[in-house]
Write a protein that binds this ligand. Structure first.
Ligand code: 5GP
Ligand code: MN
Length: 328
């Protein structure tokens, strides 16, 4: 799975470093938080001075993880070793990492990764960056402490939606089991990361769900600034509603449009197995994986929605044609 010369090159840089700066992406999900903290905690246990930076801090759902309270908002470009985890491109760090700052190690599983570091360990088949680290840390000779195991298992849980994505293999489950053996509590971490939610987010979902639309295999809705005000939801994200759109019987792809205060719209796609929405996201300046991708697009909600829905309909029609052509 890993190229041994890259693993060795990254390992050398890590072993030689006294200070390490770890950054993951803005609007962090569980894999961003879990892979950054898991790596940081393991390196700290090996005596390194580590800072973990996330431009938007740690979401409530992950604040129980060790080290969450010490996360800062900007990385250190002068650290001996500078690492970006779970970032497909160098802009993903947001304000936590300026694009002109050099990166030593890029550890990621996005197929759209732009290989921006001195050492790039990019494995698109990996279910999560945290899963890559669960393998890499022992290869480098660093111990995965119980607290690091909790962070890494959280990253695996969220990116696989509780081991429900089609890329989960026996190997994924063995890796997760190894983290449980190291002391991570699966049921507690599962509940915290994927099940528990705020009352406000439920009300926010209600606003989005009341406007949900379906056309062929396409299911979509939007969430506005007004929806957030009315429901009392404080984030600028979709509160994970998009994941429920392709659960509709007959759906292939779900899309959600989240109006942002700066005149942009955050778009998220989720697709059932067999569809690839990452190319669509790239076309709109974003990125991601075949089943889950996103982009932030400038423009008013209505105009972005029309452009994105047109492109997504086209993908569904063309992909459908190629599937049918391949079948006869
Ligand atoms: P979400 O839609 O939940 O924000 O993200 C889904 C997937 O797409 C994640 O893997 C995320 O990292 C990626 N993604 C979301 N927005 C962007 C973006 O603007 N640029 C890139 N490169 N990837 C994105
Ligand atoms: Mn990830």
């Amino acid at each position: 799975m890993f190229k041994s010369e890259l693993v060795a090159a990254a390992g050398e840089r890590l072993k030689a470093a006294r200070t390490v700066s770890i950054v993951s992406h803005a609007r962090p999900d569980g894999d961003a938080v879990g892979s950054a903290l898991g790596l940081g905690l393991a390196l700290e246990a090996a005596g390194k001075t580590v800072t973990v930076a996330l431009a938007d801090g740690v979401p409530v759902a992950f604040r129980h993880l060790a080290g969450a309270a010490r996360v800062v908002s900007q990385g250190d470009p002068h650290a001996d070793c500078r690492i970006l985890v779970d970032c497909g491109d160098i802009d993903r760090g947001g304000k936590a990492w300026l694009p002109e700052w050099p990166v030593d190690i890029n550890i990621d599983h996005h197929k759209t990764n732009t290989r921006f570091a001195a050492v790039n360990i990019v494995v698109p088949e990996a279910v999560a960056t945290a899963a890559m680290l669960a393998e890499l840390l022992p290869l480098w000779g660093f111990e995965i402490t119980p607290q690091a195991a909790e962070a890494l298992l959280t990253g695996m849980l969220t990116d696989t939606i509780g081991f429900r994505t089609s890329n989960v293999t026996p190997h994924t489950l063995r890796l997760a089991a190894s983290l449980v053996e190291r002391g991570a509590n699966l049921s507690e971490l599962y509940f915290k990361a994927l099940v528990e939610r705020s009352f406000e987010s439920l009300r926010y979902w209600g606003r989005g769900l009341s406007r949900v639309q379906m056309e062929g295999g396409l299911v979509w809705t939007s969430l506005t600034l007004e929806d957030r005000k009315v429901s009392g939801y404080s984030g600028n994200d979709d509160a994970d509603l998009v994941g429920y759109l392709p659960t509709v019987r007959g759906a292939a792809v779900g899309v959600i449009f989240v109006e942002q205060p700066d005149g942009t719209v955050k778009v998220s796609w989720r697709a059932r197995p067999g569809w690839d929405v990452s190319t669509l996201a790239v076309r709109f300046g974003g990125g991601g994986h075949a089943p889950a991708a996103g982009a932030t697009i400038e423009g008013a909600l209505q105009e972005v929605q029309e452009a994105v829905l047109a492109a997504t309909r086209e993908l569904l029609i063309h992909a459908q044609h190629s599937i049918e052509e391949g079948e006869h």
